[in-house]
Design a protein around this ligand. Structure first.
Ligand code: CAA
Length: 295
């Protein structure tokens, strides 16, 4: 496998393009918006600079990595010679189903179709294609260049050969692949989201404040970020949609999203990406302040 196409140039898509290009794959980064593609290239370049500062990369390797990336606004053109396509667009079943139909139509018969979805059923995405054996979940963690895990999700019809190839690719990227089966939330979000939801309930019930909740988990359990900061980092809309997938998929009240989370998403407080959530993200990220209403 040499040619990789990544659909979507947002945080996850540009992170995925970043690591493939750095590891000498040819990357076609695809987005409907050419402005979004330009922004993604600037982000990738800035993140390579962080790695240069740490001595992980040098200027020559950065230059080569950036040359390995081409951008496209047409899916048909961008996946024409792909050995592997990784979809990293918005977490919306209908939009993902449409994209998978298009990927199926324009990709070569041997091309593997992967999704970076954090909760949507891989089996369902595969059902809209003529090659469900070649559809798989490749769930990267944010920030992609830093986090070691790739959760590999086997759909009900994913073939052994597809799974082996994807495990091999993740290893080539220097990541740690972990294989799991396709049930709501997979493993990562089945564990992470109830923890985040419980932290929001603790705040909602007035048991402790934002700083205190996060401090307990950072200082007591050695988490790099507290659950409320992490929720802001992931995006509160994403957390809400994953909790809904768990609630619907298992039909259990324990996954019901906290009303405070629902209210914050309705009010447009989505965390880092909107500038406010449990924290105020408009200032210096190193001096993160609790949002005014939670002080
Ligand atoms: N590209 C390259 N390098 C990056 C980077 C990026 N996008 N972001 C951060 N870094 C590097 C920094 O250069 C720095 O390197 P060193 O450790 O070598 O100094 C390192 O990462 C740490 O960064 P910072 O010093 O800026 O900040 P930090 O120490 O607070 O760490 C963090 C930031 C890595 C994000 C850390 O807080 C962390 O691990 N947080 C938890 C992240 C997490 O849980 N991610 C999973 C979210 S869930 C998900 O993604 C899936 C889902 O389905 C919801």
């Amino acid at each position: 496998m040499k040619n990789i196409s990544v659909i979507g140039s947002g945080t996850m898509g540009n992170g995925i393009a970043h690591i493939f290009a750095q590891n000498e794959f040819r990357v076609n980064l695809i987005d409907v918006s050419s402005q979004a593609l330009e922004k993604a290239l600037l982000t990738i370049s800035g993140n390579y600079d962080r790695q240069i500062k740490k001595g992980i990369l040098n200027e020559a390797r950065k230059k080569q990595a950036l040359m390995n990336i081409s951008t496209h606004t047409s899916v048909e053109e961008g996946i024409a010679d792909a050995d592997l396509v990784i979809e990293a667009i918005t977490e919306d079943l209908k939009i993902k189903m449409e994209i998978f139909k298009e990927l199926d139509q324009y990709s070569s018969p041997d091309c593997i179709l992967a999704s970076n979805t954090s909760s949507i059923s891989i089996t369902r995405l595969a059902s809209g294609t003529d090659k469900p054996d070649k559809v798989i979940g490749m769930h990267f963690m944010n920030p992609v260049p830093v986090m070691q895990l790739v959760e590999i999700i086997r759909g009900y019809n994913t073939s052994e050969d597809t799974a082996r190839q994807i495990v091999g690719i993740a290893e080539k990227l220097g990541k740690i692949p972990v294989e799991v089966n396709d049930y709501p939330g997979f493993v990562s979000n089945r564990i992470l989201m109830p923890m985040i939801n419980e932290a929001i309930y603790i705040l909602f019930q007035g048991i402790a404040g934002v700083k205190e909740i996060d401090m307990v988990m950072k200082m007591g359990m050695a988490h790099p970020m507290g659950p409320l900061q992490l929720a802001d980092f992931i995006g509160l809309d994403v957390c809400l949609s994953i909790l809904k997938v768990l609630q619907e998929g298992f039909g259990e009240a324990k996954y019901a999203p906290c009303p405070l989370l629902v209210k914050m998403v309705e009010g447009g407080h989505l965390g880092k990406k909107s500038g406010s959530g449990f924290y105020n993200w408009s200032g210096d990220a190193k001096e993160l302040q609790v949002a005014g209403r939670f002080k």
